[in-house]
Write a protein that binds this ligand. Structure first.
Ligand code: ADP
Ligand code: MG
Length: 238
């Protein structure tokens, strides 16, 4: 099950506390956006869910398992970063299948899963190309394909579109939306772009300075912002 519970989670780097006790309950299949100004702790929280940062205090539960001490590869998640981190010497097919080979999935199953993901993302004609032969949008699709083939219960995105130009960003935004409608995989999506958050998410979590200011459906945040900060950050409907 792709539920995620974040229970009073804190994070300190040395003596500097950057998350001051954050709690969110995410339902299976939900699309949740984390928004807030740069430095407010979005990436740190996402990295703790992924297992890339230790949890200083509190608990993170994925499905029915407390994952505080579970290694990233054993959590039922796949993460897509802003810098796609593709292997430059591997073609698209091998970039997408690499994590599965590490997990000893059979060759035949890898081929099937890679081809299915390529179909979903329109990457079929590009499977034999190297990353340098791809456009920015195509590379971002490969990075998403790499997450899809793992068939996780939770997708984590950290500003996946912020390196793309405005036009492509809008196009990829609708592709991500379609992908979620199709797969219904629980998604936690970090962005500093409130419009992106409001158009994609079932619920938006507004963070500021290491705390959650408000959690709500996009229209609720527009209609009933809990603070001046939220009102100013969210702005008015596009
Ligand atoms: P956001 O993603 O919202 O921009 P981050 O989660 O990256 O914010 O950072 C939150 C705060 O934690 C910032 O003040 C940042 O400088 C600090 N921080 C993040 N990673 C580290 C680290 N590895 N060591 C020390 N401070 C860090
Ligand atoms: Mg960040």
């Amino acid at each position: 099950m792709g539920t995620v519970q974040i229970r009073d989670v804190r994070k300190s780097f040395g003596t500097f506390e950057v998350l001051h006790g954050v709690s969110i309950d995410i339902e299976d299949g939900e699309f949740v956006a984390l928004v807030g100004p740069s430095g407010c702790g979005k990436s740190t929280l996402l990295r703790m869910i992924a297992g890339l940062e230790d949890i200083t205090a509190g608990e993170i539960v994925i499905g029915d398992r407390v994952v505080n001490d579970v290694a990233p590869k054993d959590r039922d998640i796949a993460m897509v970063f802003q810098n796609y981190a593709l292997y430059p010497h591997k073609n698209v097919r091998d970039n997408m299948g690499f994590a599965l080979r590490q997990r000893r999935v059979s060759k035949r199953e890898i081929t099937e899963r890679v081809e299915e993901a390529a179909r979903i993302l329109g990457l079929e004609p590009l499977l034999d190309r190297k990353p340098r032969q791809l456009s920015g949008g195509q590379r971002q699709r490969v990075a998403m394909g790499r997450a899809i083939v793992r068939n996780p219960n939770v997708f984590l995105f950290d500003e996946p579109l912020s390196n793309l130009d405005a036009k492509l960003r809008v196009q990829m935004r609708s592709e991500i939306k379609e992908l979620h409608q199709r797969l219904k995989t629980t998604t936690i999506y970090v962005t500093h772009d409130q419009i992106e958050a409001m158009t994609l998410a079932d619920r938006v979590v507004v963070m500021n300075g290491g705390v959650i200011e408000q959690v709500g459906a996009p229209l609720d945040l527009y209609d009933r912002p809990a603070s001046l900060f939220v009102a100013a950050f969210i702005g008015s409907p596009p």
